[in-house]
Design a protein around this ligand. Structure first.
Ligand code: NAD
Length: 502
């Protein structure tokens, strides 16, 4: 792939990667548009069912040799891929900024997290070991081995085009499976670049396939008899109504990670300066398009009088608004920019509808992101400034639904009990944070909160590659999660052998 360099002369023509070949699709082709410039930077096909089937057949054929390849040899491919990703670190990061809109530093963070998945999966000889016990009965031994299953389908969301598919691919391949990856059609370039690096790293033909498309390809994947399991990351309606039930009906194992509405709690003893700094990254990083972003900030007046509670609330709102106001907006390739555009003007329009809804429902608009300044001369269509609502109550739409944009709702709670009840009343359970100096409150919060990822004085509770990426309630459907040991179990079948020798 020629490196994306501004100004873009010619959009890249993206192809499918099937059986070690880059092949043009016969499907309809759509533009991939840079949200900052609104210029097409690539053209991506919506592939046909027959093309998806070819990829599955290639992956099925490659499975036979790949599963017999010693884990250490499989790991060597991953080591080479890691090295190539390090060499192409800046290119990978630039691609994310250009296809998604996030700032170059946010992209670098995403690239780093993606590489870490590959690094952790190189430990497969140890990670994949089974266990055993001698003399389960007299002269009889029993042991458990983990075996790969076959072909897995990986479906990515638009908000982390590089990292999210890597939550699964390196682990699926390290355990001896083969994959067909369907990147988000909104920003599919990163996965093309990574597959090119995989080719260079020496993964055998057919082991790693990429088929572009939208819901049509997903439908074919879900119904394909040779797909053993599906890893999906995206919105809850698709996870809950499409992916999970269909995988159940067709007998596939599934990881289905959905949407989120995350709460951050500020306790009276929180250290305000670092708390607000952490909140800025959490609420407005990636322009609010993160499943781990906090969206509701609850100022908790535990142990305070009514007037002290109100004073604390006003102090937090003021500090939060002041910090949000300072965030600079522009094209993410500019190193000084702190927030890029939303992925596209339609997503911005959706967020603006939520802002209007918040006003209509009586929340106090303290910072209006609809008025903003963009650094540089770029169309404003997909840009939106940080928006802050105060005096938000839990039943308001802006406090209930996933907005997925730079909109913060600040609520108040009398005590920790009430704040945890607010979290539990929300259908999602992806992440939650508490800012406090009290171990007692922190432990209570960690113990009781029904969310998969908990931050204690951390605004963005993002698990490292060797821990599972958890999620509860409507944020996750399935049993085993992506990343860490969960993923090794997901991608393998446990077989138990009981033996006796006469
Ligand atoms: P999305 O659900 O619209 O799309 C996700 C994937 O599914 C894409 O590849 C898309 O092509 C495909 N798809 C879309 N509609 C479909 C349909 N009706 N049938 C079959 N396939 C379909 O999600 P998105 O907008 O790309 O991503 C944002 C969402 O992802 C947010 O809700 C965010 O919270 C969530 N997300 C969750 C996590 C997590 O770990 N829980 C991580 C990242 C993003």
């Amino acid at each position: 792939m020629s490196i994306l360099q501004e100004p873009i002369q010619e959009p890249l023509e993206l192809h499918n990667y099937i059986d070690g070949e880059w092949v043009a699709s016969e499907g309809e082709v759509i533009d991939v548009v840079n949200p900052a410039t609104l210029k097409p930077i690539a053209r991506v096909p919506l592939s046909t069912a027959a093309e998806f089937d070819q990829a599955v057949q290639a992956a099925q054929a490659a499975f036979e040799d790949w599963r017999r390849t010693p884990p250490l040899a499989r790991a060597r491919c991953l080591f080479r891929l890691k090295e190539l990703m390090e060499q192409e670190f800046e290119t990978l990061s630039r691609i994310q900024t250009m296809e998604h809109g996030k700032t170059i530093d946010e992209s670098r963070g995403e690239t780093r997290r993606g590489i870490e998945m590959v690094e952790v999966a190189t430990g497969i000889p140890s990670l994949m070991m089974g266990n055993n016990l001698e003399d389960v009965a007299s002269g009889i031994d029993e042991y458990l081995i983990r075996q790969p299953l076959g072909v897995f389908g990986i479906i990515g969301p638009y908000n982390f085009p590089c990292m999210v598919p890597l939550w699964f691919i390196p682990f699926a391949l390290a355990t001896g499976n083969t994959v067909v990856v369907k990147p988000s059609s909104e920003d599919p370039i990163s996965q093309v670049k990574i597959a090119e690096l995989a080719e260079e790293a020496g993964f055998p033909e057919g082991v790693w396939n990429v088929v572009h498309g939208g819901r049509g390809v997903v439908g074919t994947m879900l119904d394909h008899p040779a797909i053993e399991g599906v890893c999906f990351v995206g919105s809850t309606p698709v996870a809950k109504n499409v992916i999970y039930p269909r995988c159940g009906a067709t007998g596939k194992r599934v990881i289905a990670q959905g949407g989120a509405k995350n709460f951050g709690l500020v306790m009276p003893d929180a250290d305000l300066a670092p708390t607000i700094a952490a909140c800025m990254t959490s609420f407005f990083g990636n322009t609010g398009q993160r499943c781990l972003a906090n969206a509701n900030l609850v100022v908790v007046g535990e142990g305070l009088s009514a007037s002290a509670r109100e004073a604390l609330y006003q102090r937090v709102v003021e500090a939060f608004v002041a910090a949000a106001r300072r965030i600079t907006i522009g094209y993410g390739l500019d190193e000084t920019v702190q927030m890029g555009p939303l992925r596209d003007p339609e997503k911005k329009a959706n967020v603006v509808r939520y802002i209007e809804r918040g006003i209509a429902e009586g929340a106090r608009l303290c910072l209006d992101g609809r008025t903003f300044t963009v650094q540089g001369d770029y169309p404003r269509d997909a840009f939106l400034g940080p928006t802050v609502f105060a005096d938000v109550t839990p039943e308001m739409t802006i406090a209930q639904e996933e907005i997925f944009g730079p909109v913060a709702a600040i609520l108040k709670a009398r005590d920790l009990e009430e704040a945890i009840a607010m979290i539990h009343a929300n259908p999602f359970g992806n992440a939650a944070s508490i800012f406090t100096g009290s171990g007692k409150w922190a432990r209570e919060f960690q113990y009781r909160t029904r969310c998969g990822n908990i931050g204690i004085n951390i605004g963005l509770a993002a698990p490292m590659a060797f821990f599972p990426f958890s999620g509860m309630k409507d944020s996750f459907l399935g049993v085993l999660h992506g990343q860490g040991q969960d993923t090794i179990r997901f991608f393998t079948e446990s077989k138990v052998v009981i033996q006796r020798w006469f």
